[in-house]
Design a protein around this ligand. Structure first.
Ligand SMILES: Cc1cc2nc3c(=O)[nH]c(=O)nc-3n(C[C@H](O)[C@H](O)[C@H](O)COP(=O)(O)OP(=O)(O)OC[C@H]3O[C@@H](n4cnc5c(N)ncnc54)[C@H](O)[C@@H]3O)c2cc1C
Length: 390
């Protein structure tokens, strides 16, 4: 088995994937499964260096749009089988997601979402404050009016998915080059020549899977990708005796937290008024905001010790939906970004859709719906996802 390497890259490949996050790896894995193994992934750093190694591991089917609900139903099935398929412990557990509402408008929105989710078979129900407190006796339910709960949502530990995809890609003949930064791309007849400080590579196709850095890659071929890099912070506490089963998200504050299988409380919150930045630095403002909201909702946690704090990029498109597919004038350059704070959970199925298209010519309608040119069609209202955390 060859290994991930940072040596000289080959001159040629059928498909070049830029970015070794969960999206690039998932697509590469699914392409290899379909026999398309002439693939090179170029990653400028190490494989978990981007958002894929820095996220909260939440996996949910509670969404407001049909697209996201269906997408996530399929992705959950793939997550469920991953441990067996890849022979890895993924710590994926379906212990539910609880969205707390403290005002009537939010309840109206959740009720609408629940109707749509139920229509597609997601068993979400509305819980009363008493039911919420019964589920989590440590939770201070003051002002909570209701909560949406789906028992089949869950949480996972992200890194094994990266390791699993990587091993399988290499086993099947795909190549991964870490510490190889793409610095420029030339459009040439029948493809592209991509440049890195360690050499250049020609490819027929490029998949831009550089996450929040995708606009930099797109700009190398003069495409303006309208996604924004927004720092999102998160932290993890000392391990505690288990008391919390579902992932909890308070929609009034943007706070979310879950308890890992090792007992740590892992969570984040949006911090208002922070200057927009592409920095991945941690801030004290985040810690104090998180501590304030968390100890208010679970008073028991007011003296818990935070052991690790880190930040990563949210990658945000103008309508909160991803940008997929290829532009008409450069049809072999594919987008895969704009997944905000939920790209990890969507990556397995996005990989399947991309591979079905590129290897077998079966194009899923999502590639048309989430095409870049939707932002130019001023008369067509964009379907906005409303259940976004953070
Ligand atoms: C704090 C936080 C919490 C989150 N929580 C969740 C959650 O609970 N559930 C969920 O589903 N999602 C969550 N997300 C979002 C999720 O992590 C991302 O949507 C997902 O990981 C995006 O994957 P990606 O492969 O597109 O991007 P990334 O993982 O960022 O990968 C892109 C890669 O491209 C590389 N790259 C960039 N430029 C270049 C270049 N020029 N040349 C070569 N390589 C380059 C980067 O180094 C990076 O490794 C969270 C994100 C953050 C930051």
């Amino acid at each position: 088995m060859s290994s991930t390497t940072n040596t000289i890259i080959p001159d040629n490949t059928e498909i070049l994937i830029i970015g070794g996050g969960i999206m690039g790896l998932s697509i590469a894995y699914q392409l290899c499964l379909r026999g398309l193994t002439d693939i090179v992934i170029l990653e400028r750093s190490y494989l978990t260096s981007g958002a894929s190694g820095r996220n909260g591991g939440g996996v949910r089917q509670q969404w407001s749009t049909e697209n996201n609900i269906r997408l996530m139903q399929e992705s959950v099935e793939l997550f469920r089988n991953f441990a067996t398929e890849f022979k890895l412990n993924t710590w994926f557990r379906q212990d539910g997601y609880l969205f707390l509402a403290r005002d009537k408008k939010t309840i109206g929105q959740l009720e609408k979402n629940i109707r749509t989710q139920n229509q597609f078979g997601v068993p979400t129900t509305m819980l009363s404050p008493e039911q919420v407190c019964e589920m989590i006796p440590e939770l201070d339910g003051t002002d909570v009016i209701a909560a949406a709960y789906n028992p089949t949502d869950g949480v996972l530990f992200p890194w094994p998915f990266i390791w699993g995809y990587k091993e399988q890609i290499l086993n099947m003949g795909g190549k991964i080059y870490t510490f190889n930064e793409v610095v420029d791309i030339d459009v040439v007849p029948n493809g592209f020549v991509t440049h890195t400080p360690k050499g250049s590579i020609k490819s027929k196709r490029i998949i831009n899977a550089a996450g929040a850095w995708s606009p930099n890659i797109a700009s190398m071929i003069d495409i303006d990708l309208p996604t924004t890099f927004v720092r999102h912070e998160i932290c993890s506490s000392e391990p505690l005796k288990h008391f919390l089963t579902p992932m909890v998200s308070d929609l009034s504050t943007g706070l979310y937290f879950s308890q890992s299988m090792r007992g740590e409380i892992v969570g984040g919150v949006s911090v208002k008024g922070q200057p927009s930045s592409d920095s991945m630095q941690s801030t004290f403002a985040f810690l104090t905001t998180y501590a304030f909201h968390l100890s208010k909702i679970i008073p028991l946690l007011n003296s818990v010790k935070i052991l690790r704090q880190w930040a990563g990029p949210y990658d945000i498109s103008p309508d909160g939906n991803p940008i997929l597919g290829a532009p008409k004038h450069i049809p072999e350059f594919y987008f895969c970004s704009g997944f905000v704070g939920h790209g990890f959970m969507m990556a397995p199925i996005i990989g399947v859709y991309y591979a079905d298209w590129l290897a077998n010519g079966m194009m899923h309608p999502i590639f048309e719906q989430y095409a870049l040119d939707r932002f130019n069609k001023k008369n067509i209202p964009l379907e906005k996802e409303t259940l976004i955390i953070g």
